[in-house]
Design a protein around this ligand. Structure first.
Ligand SMILES: NC(=O)c1ccc[n+]([C@@H]2O[C@H](COP(=O)([O-])OP(=O)(O)OC[C@H]3O[C@@H](n4cnc5c(N)ncnc54)[C@H](O)[C@@H]3O)[C@@H](O)[C@H]2O)c1
Length: 398
């Protein structure tokens, strides 16, 4: 049994990592640390973890084999350096770090210490992603020429009400956008999948951004990658898709197009199919990520010293590098189209978004006001007087 210490007891620790570790008999969560001690104790009780520590020193000195890092991206660098110093293997959440220099140093210190260092690209372990990997190896769609990987969503909505009763961007949104935006935060999963599925490196890339919002990073990004094998990948990822909508929808799709057919996975429709010259196969659909699958492979890697399918530091570095380079390219070129198209300079800051239904002109919404009031799902959008308290209020990193 390998003992795990987890640092950063936020949303993904609670909903992804800790329940998954419980499903793997070879692993035990033994210690927790969060800079918010109360939060660590809350998860200690919820998941029956033997220890929650008040200081990082106590945490790293605990009798643990590996550290799982679930803190926000800017903290990963220090967490990895501390883990290496304490001689612990690491599974670090994505994105790996904030800069190229940090990522290379993290890789070096872990290598020099002779420790295993993996990245939390859990999409690889979805049974559907594993099936795609096998189907491509079996040439089920002939030679692969194009991957279209789309994840457009609302990042749980745009607004929350702050202590002064003002409608502001959620701290989650501000944090993720300041850390690099949707391609760096979410798109790294798609970049990793493309490299892993095709077993081929990216030789050329191009990033384009669209700004519905006011951050430096684009909130809707297109990335084109050309791989050494001759295939192309198109990634489209957004945090602003329906982010102010009362009834948001998301769009999550994989399409793999080859010389003999198409594999199509649609998360929203729960559909997964293979169409080729032999006919159509409707494959069993699975959610797009699997923390439990990742931890089964992690347990195996810790036991054998062999990475298996675990995403390595190199995978984490390449995905983050591609995502950050594309995002920076998009930012550099932001104003170019606006020479002929001034409307591209309009941003969310220039658009008055009505928060109170009483304020909204009826013809503006094209909806009966009554329905809006009774079917409102997002109190933050329609009741600015009522602060919306989340479970994590006061505990979240911004
Ligand atoms: N792989 C996935 O599917 C997936 C999904 C969501 C988030 N993530 C990643 O997981 C990480 C955490 O995301 P989250 O949504 O749980 O964030 P979160 O803000 O909910 O939680 C972060 C936790 O870290 C704690 N923290 C902050 N700074 C700290 C420090 N210096 N030392 C110790 N604790 C500290 C905070 O108190 C908080 O409890 C991010 O890197 C994010 O990109 C991955």
């Amino acid at each position: 049994m390998k003992k795990i210490g987890l640092i950063g007891c936020g949303m993904i620790a609670e909903q992804g990592h800790l329940p998954a570790i419980q499903q793997v008999p070879e692993l035990q969560t033994y210690a927790l640390y969060d800079r918010n001690f109360e939060r660590a104790v809350e998860l200690q009780q919820q998941f029956s973890v033997p220890h929650a520590y008040k200081t990082e020193e106590e945490f790293y000195s605990a009798d643990i084999d590996a550290v799982v890092i679930c803190t926000p991206a800017p903290v990963h660098y220090q967490n990895v350096l501390d883990s290496a110093k304490a001689q612990k293997h690491v599974l670090c959440e994505k994105p790996l770090a904030m800069t190229e220099k940090e990522m290379l140093e993290m890789e070096k210190v872990m290598n020099d210490a002779g420790l295993q260092f993996f990245i939390g690209f859990n999409y690889r372990f979805s049974q559907s992603a594993l099936d795609i990997h096998r189907l491509l190896r079996d040439q089920a769609i002939g030679e692969v020429r194009l991957l279209r990987l789309i994840y457009n969503w609302h990042l749980h909505g745009k607004w929350e009400i702050n202590e002064d009763g003002k409608q502001v961007d959620t701290s989650l949104r501000k944090g993720r956008m300041d850390e690099g935006g949707p391609l760096v935060d979410c798109g790294v999963h798609q970049i990793d999948l493309a490299r892993w599925w095709l077993e081929s490196e990216v030789e050329w890339q191009h990033g384009i951004g669209v700004w519905l919002d006011t951050y430096e990073a684009p909130d809707h990004v297109f990335l084109h990658m050309a791989h050494g094998c001759g295939a192309h990948t198109k990634v489209e990822v957004s945090f602003s898709y329906n982010d102010t909508s009362r009834d948001p929808r998301t769009h999550f799709l994989y399409e793999l197009i080859g010389t003999d057919g198409v594999i199509r996975y649609n998360r929203e429709e729960h559909s997964f199919e293979l169409r080729n010259s032999h006919g159509t196969q409707y494959l069993p659909w699975h959610p797009e990520k699997s923390f439990a699958g990742m931890y089964r492979e992690f347990a195996n890697a810790l036991a054998t010293g062999k990475p298996g399918d675990m995403p390595t530091a190199k995978d984490g570095i390449l995905a983050s590098r591609i995502a950050r380079t594309a995002t920076e390219e998009a930012i550099r070129n932001r104003d170019k189209p606006s020479i002929n198209n001034p409307s591209s300079q309009i941003s969310a800051a220039d658009v008055h978004v009505h928060a109170d239904p009483e304020e909204i002109p009826i013809d503006f919404l094209d909806l009966p006001l009554k329905r809006l009031k009774t079917h409102n799902r997002n109190p933050a959008r329609t009741s600015p007087q009522q602060p919306v308290k989340s479970k994590y209020d006061g505990k979240k990193d911004s």
